[in-house]
Design a protein around this ligand. Structure first.
Ligand code: NIG
Ligand code: FE
Length: 420
C-alpha cells in the first residue's frame, strides 16, 4: 500500500542522519515547507518539496505497490510521533486520595512513609489479575497514541515480589506483542523496599538478584534495569549492586535519580554508563558538568515536578552545558497521572525555558535514543516507521507548545495507518 501525503504546510523533524542531540544541537529542528511525503507498507520512502513531487507519482498506477491512497493536508504540520522514554503505565488503580492529601499539605515522602505511594499501588496491584492489568494498560496505550505517542518505555515496580514483578513484566511483554506502538520494558523491582524488608535491605536485594533477575533474563521480559535512588528508598551503593547484577544479564541501566534529594545517584549512574538518568529536579553545577561529558542522557519529567510542586528540572543549564536532554511523561498514578506528551512539551517550554525546537527534539529523536529505537522512530527519515502527528491547521510551530492544553492534533498515524 502506497500513501501520498501532500500540501503539508511544514514537515518537521526531517533528518538524513541519526544523531543524539546535545547542547546547541537541540535547537536545530530541520523542516521542509510546502512538502509531500510518501509511505510504503508503513515505512517512509520519500519526502521533499511539493515542487519536486514527480507527476508520475501523483498518477502512480495501482498495482505494483498496491492501491494508492492520497491525503491533502493543506495548512497542517506533520511531526514525528512523540517517543515517551519513561512511564509506569501498568498500574491497578489511580491514587487521587493522595492527590487530595497533597493539596492539604502532606509531602510525597510523608505519604510514602505511611504506606501510601508506591506501596499503596503495590497493594492494589497484588489483588489485580494479569488480564485486568493488561486491559487497563491497553486503554492507556490507546489514550497516549491518540495524543501522538508512537514509542514508549514501560516500567515494572508496583509488584515488589517475585510474583508481582513477573506479572507486570508479562503484561508489558503482551502489550509489546499486541500493540502497534514501539515498546521497551524496564525492570524496576528496586522501586521501594516492601514493608517486610524495611529493616532487611540485603534480603530484598538478594531477592531481586537471585530470584527475579534470572527468570526475567530467561524469559526475556526486560530490556533495561531501573532503581529509585533516593533518601528512604535505595542508596547509590545499593543501586550500583543491583545495576551490576542486571548488567550481568544484559540489562542496561535507566535510572531514577535526584528527584527529591541528591545522594550520589548522578555520579553512580554516569559511572555505570547508564543509558539515561531520569528526573534530576535536584542537580548541582558539578554534576551537570560531569553529565555533559558522559554518554548518559538526561531525561526530564516536567509534569512530575509540576504535579508534586517541586522545582522544574534545570533544562536550560543542562542544555547550555552541552548535555543530551530528553523529555518524558513519567505517566504513573503517584506523581504524574498523565501521559500527555503535548503537555510535557509545553511545560518544557513554559516551566523550563526550552525553545519549542529543543522541547520537540527532546520528546522525539532524543526520546528514541533514550530507548534505543532511534533507527526506527523519532524523526522523519527514509526507512523509518511512518509514525506521524498531523496537526490541525496552525500558523507556526511555536503555536503548538504555546497553546498548552488545547488539542491541536488532527490525527495520528502509526506504522502508516491512521488510528481511530
Ligand atoms: O517516577 N519516583 C519514583 N517513581 C515514580 C512515582 C511512583 C509512584 O508514586 O507511584 C516517579 O515519580
Ligand atoms: Fe518514574
Amino acid at each position: 500500500m502506497t500513501t501520498l501525503i501532500y500540501n503539508i504546510q511544514q514537515l518537521v523533524g526531517v533528518r538524513k542522519e541519526n544523531k543524539l542531540l546535545r547542547g546547541k544541537e537541540l535547537a536545530e529542528l530541520p523542516s521542509v515547507k510546502n512538502a509531500y511525503l510518501i509511505i510504503e507498507d508503513g515505512v517512509i520512502t520519500e519526502y521533499g518539496e511539493m515542487q519536486n513531487l514527480k507527476s508520475e507519482i501523483r498518477n502512480l498506477p495501482a498495482g505494483r505497490q498496491g492501491p494508492k491512497f492520497e491525503v491533502d493536508v493543506t495548512g497542517q504540520f506533520i511531526l514525528p510521533c512523540w517517543c515517551d522514554s519513561h512511564t509506569h503505565l501498568v498500574f491497578a488503580s489511580s491514587r487521587e486520595e493522595e492527590f487530595v492529601d497533597k493539596i492539604k499539605g502532606k509531602s510525597y515522602a510523608e505519604i510514602a512513609a505511611k504506606g501510601g505511594g508506591i506501596l499503596n499501588s503495590a497493594k492494589k496491584l497484588s489483588g489485580t489479575s494479569e488480564d485486568k492489568l493488561f486491559s487497563l494498560a491497553w486503554k492507556r496505550l490507546e489514550e497516549i497514541s491518540r495524543l501522538g505517542t508512537g514509542g514508549v518505555e514501560i516500567k515494572s515496580g508496583y509488584g515488589l515480589s517475585v510474583e508481582g514483578e513477573l506479572k507486570m513484566l508479562r503484561v508489558i511483554k503482551k502489550l509489546k506483542e499486541k500493540s502497534n506502538l514501539s515498546i521497551k520494558a524496564t525492570f524496576l523491582g528496586a522501586h521501594t523496599y516492601p514493608m517486610e524488608y524495611r529493616e532487611n535491605h540485603q534480603g530484598y536485594i538478594d531477592l531481586i538478584i537471585n530470584e527475579m533477575l534470572p527468570i526475567i533474563a530467561r524469559e526475556k521480559l526486560a530490556d533495561y534495569i531501573d532503581v529509585f535512588c533516593e533518601t528512604d528508598f535505595f542508596s547509590s551503593e545499593e543501586m550500583e549492586v543491583i545495576c551490576k547484577a542486571g548488567m550481568g544479564h544484559g540489562l542496561k541501566p535507566k535510572l531514577h535519580v535526584n528527584q527529591l534529594n541528591s545522594i550520589g545517584g548522578i555520579e553512580a549512574g554516569i559511572k555505570l554508563n547508564a543509558l539515561s538518568i531520569d528526573h534530576l529536579e535536584t542537580i548541582n553545577n558539578d554534576e551537570i558538568g560531569n553529565l555533559s561529558k558522559s554518554n548518559t542522557i538526561a531525561t526530564l519529567l516536567p509534569t512530575a515536578a509540576f504535579f508534586l510542586r517541586t522545582a522544574f528540572q534545570p533544562a536550560r543549564k543542562l542544555i547550555d552545558a552541552g548535555c543530551a536532554v530528553a523529555l518524558a511523561s513519567d505517566y504513573n498514578p503517584g506523581s504524574s497521572p498523565s501521559g500527555n506528551l503535548n503537555l510535557v512539551v509545553s511545560m518544557g517550554c513554559i516551566g523550563m525555558r526550552m525553545l519549542p525546537e529543543e522541547a520537540i527534539n527532546a520528546a522525539t529523536i532524543n526520546g528514541a535514543y533514550a530507548i534505543e529505537l532511534q533507527n526506527q522512530i523519532g524523526s522523519i527519515a527514509i526507512g523509518k516507521k511512518a509514525n506521524l502527528i498531523f496537526t490541525k491547521p496552525i500558523p507556526s510551530l511555536a503555536y503548538f507548545p504555546y497553546s498548552f492544553g488545547t488539542n491541536l492534533i488532527d490525527r495520528v498515524m502509526i506504522n502508516g495507518e491512521f488510528i481511530s
